[in-house]
Design a binder for this molecule. Structure first.
Ligand SMILES: Cc1cc2nc3c(=O)[nH]c(=O)nc-3n(C[C@H](O)[C@H](O)[C@H](O)COP(=O)(O)O)c2cc1C
Length: 415
């Protein structure tokens, strides 16, 4: 196929969501945790700098790094929290900067469940009292199972954050249902072994996410974009697999969700940050989760974003033209080059090469989540109005992280 000659669908084609909102093009900046909250977990001014840069970048939507719905349940020291005690004026300054040029700015709303470091959230809650496994488990305390009334309280917290987000000038919201956090924990038969209406059958396991969505929708109304990021599969034993995921997406589509972002993995298995694709076919097509998206498209036409691995205009256009997805999600490329979206829209031959980050010590890389740390240091540079510094060594990134976190440096952070 000659991509340049295909005039039917391009990266700059607008997309209308079920709620009626129109996105200017097919590119979305995926959530990347900034850890730029102040000591009261309000946004620092650097977030205005960062998101005005990304607003100028060319993508239709910028999704913020995860924002916590409960200040008693943090995942990282620098988390921003959006609740009744938040400084809404600080959020308004952020949204004003981040929506310039009619760019959409959506907060990613999250509750970590048990996937939060012990020093921050000593008594984590989860659907069931099942600890995380493997190398990562040293950083997390075993959770206790949520009581029914606590489940309803958390659902209301998501709804409150969404209402406040709309009041503050965000133009949509995204529920974080991926990467092993609370919503994902409820969906997983491995992490959710409850015997009540919240566990067991898939219908019961998806009750939490459906109630979160319904509570948000009641607060923000029918015309406001409500999106979700979901795992295509959990890549673990007794996983939340692809068939389950398709059922969940079909149900949420019937409920009225506006946009589904597809990712995969969790802290036990970091599929969303892989640099090698799971099959040769996937590798050829750049994106990690594209084959799942194609299977999903056979049975569900909900607007879709596929995130993870896209590095060239050609790969993105192929995914659109194959009707594998409606939108392309971009993460690390937009950190290294905040103008990357504009460049791929304007030049079908444009691309970027991102190397896998490593200290040379696999265990250290895993324990520190070196990829996330390195990119987070680059995000901090952008928030100070500086360009990214691709030549920064992994050791420098780790030192900077240690400096800012002190003794807590080797605890895991969020992705
Ligand atoms: C520094 C960093 C922070 C991240 N934080 C989040 C997050 O808060 N929420 C989330 O859903 N994904 C997070 N991710 C995952 C990205 O959204 C995205 O799924 C991943 O980087 C793959 O896309 P890419 O290959 O285009 O980078 C993070 C990734 C990085 C590198």
């Amino acid at each position: 196929m000659n991509i340049a000659e295909n005039k039917i669908l391009s990266l700059s084609s607008p997309l209308t969501l079920p709620c009626g909102a129109v996105l200017n093009n097919r590119l979305l900046k995926s959530a990347m945790s900034e850890q730029l909250g102040d000591k009261h977990h309000n946004p620092v001014p650097g977030l205005q700098t960062l998101y005005s840069t990304w607003a100028d970048g060319g993508q239709a939507v910028n999704v913020t790094g995860n924002i916590m719905v409960d200040r008693g349940a943090l995942g990282e020291p620098g988390n921003v929290v959006l609740d009744e005690d938040s400084d809404l004026e600080a959020f308004k300054r952020w949204t004003q900067a981040g929506t310039r040029g009619q760019t959409h700015l959506w907060p990613q709303l999250n509750h970590p469940g048990k996937q939060a470091p012990g020093f921050l959230y000593p008594e984590p809650v989860a659907p069931s009292a099942i600890p995380l496994e493997g190398e990562v488990s040293v950083n997390f305390n075993p959770p206790r199972a949520l009581l029914e009334e606590e489940i309803w309280q958390i659902i209301e917290r998501f709804a409150t954050s969404a209402r406040l987000a709309k009041e503050c000038g965000f133009t949509g919201v995204q529920i974080h249902g991926a990467h092993g956090y609370l919503v994902n924990q409820f969906l997983s038969p491995r992490h959710n072994q409850r015997q009540d209406q919240w566990g067991g059958s898939l219908e019961n396991r998806m009750r939490f996410v459906r109630e979160v969505y319904a509570a948000i929708r009641r607060q923000v109304g029918d015309l406001f974009p409500v999106a979700i990021k979901l795992n295509s599969a959990d890549f673990m034993d007794r996983e939340f697999g692809e068939d389950d995921c398709i059922q969940v997406i079909k149900t949420l589509a019937d409920d009225g969700i506006d946009l589904v972002e597809i990712s995969g993995g969790n802290y036990e298995k970091m599929a969303f940050l892989q640099e090698t694709a799971s099959s040769e076919r996937t590798a050829r097509r750049e994106a990690f989760f594209i084959e799942f998206a194609e299977n999903l498209r056979q049975v569900c036409k909900v607007p879709l974003v596929v995130t993870g691995g896209f590095r060239s205009a050609r790969g993105m256009l192929e995914a659109l033209h194959d009707d594998a997805t409606d939108m392309i999600g971009l993460g690390r490329s937009l950190v290294i080059d905040p103008a990357f979206a504009r460049k791929v829209i304007n030049n079908v031959h444009h691309g970027i090469h991102l190397q896998r980050r490593s200290t040379g010590f696999r265990k250290l890389d895993t324990l520190t989540m070196i990829d996330v740390q390195w990119y987070q240091q680059q995000i901090i540079r952008l928030s100070r109005g500086l360009p990214s510094k691709p030549e920064m060594s992994e050791w420098t990134a780790l030192l900077k992280m240690c400096w800012s976190l002190g003794g807590r440096a080797f605890q895991r952070t969020r992705a």
